[in-house]
Design a protein around this ligand. Sequence first.
Ligand SMILES: *Cc1c(COP(=O)(O)O)cnc(C)c1O
Length: 361
Amino acid sequence: MEKRVFNFSAGPSMLPVEVIEKVQANLLNYNGSGQSVMEMSHRSAEFIKIIEDAEKNLRKLMNIPDNYKVLFLQGGATLQFSMIPLNLMRNSKKADYIVAGSWGKKAAKEAAKYGDVRVVASSEEDNFTYIPRVDKSEIRQDCDYVHITYNNTIYGTHYNYDADFGDIPVVADMSSCILSEEVDVTKYGVIYAGAQKNVGPAGVTLVIIREDLIGHAPDDVPVYLDYKIHADNDSSYNTPPCFAIYVAGEVFKLLVERGGLKAMNEINVRKADKLYTFIDESRLYECPVVVEDRSLMNVVFITGDEAMDKKFVSEAKAQGLVNLGGHRSIGGMRASIYNAMPEEGVDTLIAFMKKFEEDNL
Ligand SMILES: *Cc1c(COP(=O)(O)O)cnc(C)c1O
């Protein structure tokens, strides 16, 4: 393959080509240091600057207040499914989970190992085609936190509003939408995200946590799973995922240069609107997700005929539009159109879909 493809993978996913080129140019000799970031001590002045700049730019992008810590951890969003209950179940050991997809379900299952977990609402019976609306009064008032999945990568749904449960901390898995839009961080106790969807390469997990939620892990918690250790040691208690942090940091810089998350969101809205409008008007394709809860990042669609879906995915691939198959658990199609997917990629996809529809109806 001589040309780069338009990669619609849900994650790991496309990175901005400018970032890959910059990393390539610095691969052997980072900024005149005579070494690659891959070879650098995490205690070196060069790397400390890399991680500090990454944090500074993430804070700027998301307007993160001073009473929140930013942590760069390992273990993916999946390890957060355990770290959250281990650290946050500190009083009643009760936690309420709103389940809008498989990730939320997994998070609740993991948390149930450590305390009293209740699934307040789930859209599973309707194949997760919407986000359950939950009123403050439905939440147990003494619970330690409420967990939500802000964007459901597999099902293509998204909270198009802030979840608000009064003083009870809201913990949000934003793995597949972080940096795609402006978010009011003060509305959340913890925001976490694996980097490999909309941020950078796999290997680093972002955790943004309000300071008062840190320092409550029980004494027997494994040291790596205590937020306090990471907060007190600037994410370098042990060796952090240096290269992944570096590349994520380059993405942050680029987003700052491009005008921040408001500017990114305008482009993301435009890209997603085009695609949904085309799907809704077409005779072949259908989006199963209710209109008000649709995701800007993961656009799910089907033809209603599994064989046709398979044909679509394989013919698209031959045209350089790759990874359009839906998640292995649900099939159909899914176009993940994160920040790094150029608008041209969405236009090319729509043109292909149009042609495929004409040829197959
Ligand atoms: C991908 C994903 C996960 C799992 O992430 P890992 O980093 O692979 O552990 C969890 N939650 C959401 C919303 C995801 O999209």
